[in-house]
Design a protein around this ligand. Structure first.
Ligand code: AFD
Ligand code: MN
Ligand code: MN
Length: 410
């Protein structure tokens, strides 16, 4: 087992100080796949309950002060900007604040042929209005980011013109970027990509290249959002991250994982070394540009909805896994790595990464947590607290029995 030096541990502790992870409101509610939902008694129904659960994860981990919200799922009236202020107050009650705003341009029937890319001008206008309403909500809630994921695409060859769709899409992002620079200067526009699903012939924003082009059209406040589940098998995600860092266009991440493609495994559950290499690129960038560890403005956000795992356990597990891999990525001795590279010592360079990845950081994480009055093992703390069963009882009383629902336990 590689030895953990004091200097390396100090780098990891410093990086953890700045590694805040935003939680998704939708990750606490009953959601499902297109084949249906498996309900959990302890799932959150209302925004207040979602924010409560996020506050609990933050209290356990000390790393999750922000909550991403979904405009149609978390706001009664998306056209009422003042609801942003009310939501911010509700979040504060639970010890968290509003993170990114997620417009919903994929549920309404009118979006069957797309939203910004729809062939129908009135639908494109409605989609833009919803995005502008989301900007107003974001501004009034104190949020600093608008996350745009479009389900836009076509299901059959010949259905529509890919180029016409791209032209309308780019124009929409130009308008959105300009509006945000005028009305919401402090915020970033984060453009997310996904190779497929729900569209199954082509997706209008399928990859990082298209997302980058759209950011360049939108303006300097637009950056690419890398959802770590949204890549085809074999994709070198850390290479995408490195190029986006070079271009100053890495906006952040949706932590997620996949075995085949897309969505909802727990980050690091399939290939933790791949996640380590992503974080390693960021740590290397900060080292090369002399920025403090964790200081680059990157939004680290979770985007996982767990059907079978108890939702709160899955969220705490995700946060702890991300902290572990982030800490490991800051163990790499970058002076030594620079020397190995200079000498062309390939094995020496690789061993520096592998040793960092294989170093046990359990004690480092416990030190970081103890210094904040937190338990050394947040997941065990939650599992032995009985809190999930208590919430299941409370929510069953409040919202009635969910036929066949489980508490997330068999
Ligand atoms: C779905 C989409 C995408 C989006 C998320 C929240 O694939 O990842 O960010 O919903 O809207 O997972
Ligand atoms: Mn996502
Ligand atoms: Mn997704």
């Amino acid at each position: 087992m590689p030895k953990l030096t004091r200097a390396a541990e100090q780098r990891a502790l410093g990086a953890l100080d700045r590694f805040t992870i935003e939680l998704p409101s939708w990750g606490f509610a009953n959601t499902g796949t297109r084949f249906g939902k498996f309900l959990q008694d302890a799932a959150a129904f209302t925004l207040d309950e979602k924010l409560h659960d996020a506050g609990l994860v933050h209290r356990l981990t000390g790393a999750c002060p922000k909550v991403a919200v979904h405009v149609l799922w978390d706001f009664e009236d998306p056209s009422d900007a003042s609801s942003g202020k009310r939501t911010a107050k509700l979040a504060a009650k639970h010890g968290v604040r509003i993170g990114s705003i997620n417009p919903n341009l994929f549920q309404d029937q009118q979006y069957s042929r797309g939203s910004f890319c729809s062939p129908f001008p009135d639908v494109r206008a409605a989609a833009m209005q919803h995005a502008l309403d989301s900007v107003a909500i974001g501004k009034s809630s104190g949020s600093k980011a608008l996350t745009m994921w479009l389900a836009d695409g076509t299901n059959y060859p010949g259905q529509d013109s890919i180029r016409r769709r791209y032209r309308d899409l780019a124009r929409a992002y130009e308008k959105l970027g300009e509006t945000m620079r005028k009305d919401w200067r402090s915020a970033q526009l984060l453009v997310e990509y996904k190779p497929f699903e729900p569209a199954f012939y082509h997706t209008d924003v399928p990859d990082w290249g298209t997302a980058l082009l759209l950011c360049q059209r939108a303006g300097k406040n637009a950056k690419v959002l890398v959802d770590t589940g949204h890549h085809l098998p074999g994709c070198n995600i850390e290479q995408i991250v490195a190029i986006l860092l070079e271009e100053g266009r890495l906006g952040g991440f949706h932590f997620n994982d996949r075995k085949y493609a897309d969505d909802d495994l727990t980050i690091g559950s399939i290939d933790p070394y791949a996640v380590f290499r992503i974080f390693n690129e960021i740590a290397q960038f900060e080292f090369d540009t002399k920025k403090a560890p964790g200081s680059a403005r990157i939004e680290y956000m979770v985007d996982q909805s767990h059907n079978l795992k108890p939702k709160l356990e899955a969220m705490v597990q995700t946060v702890c896994e991300a902290q572990k891999l982030f800490a490991k990525s800051h163990l790499v001795d970058r002076e030594k790595l620079a020397r190995a590279r200079k000498k062309g010592d390939i094995v020496g360079a690789e061993v520096l990464l592998k040793d960092a990845f294989e170093t046990d950081v359990t004690k480092t994480l416990a030190t970081w947590r103890k210094a904040r009055g937190l338990t050394a093992d947040p997941l065990q703390e939650l599992r032995k607290s009985g809190e999930i069963r208590r919430l299941a009882r409370e929510r069953k009383k409040l919202h009635g029995d969910l036929p066949g629902a489980s508490g997330g336990y068999a």
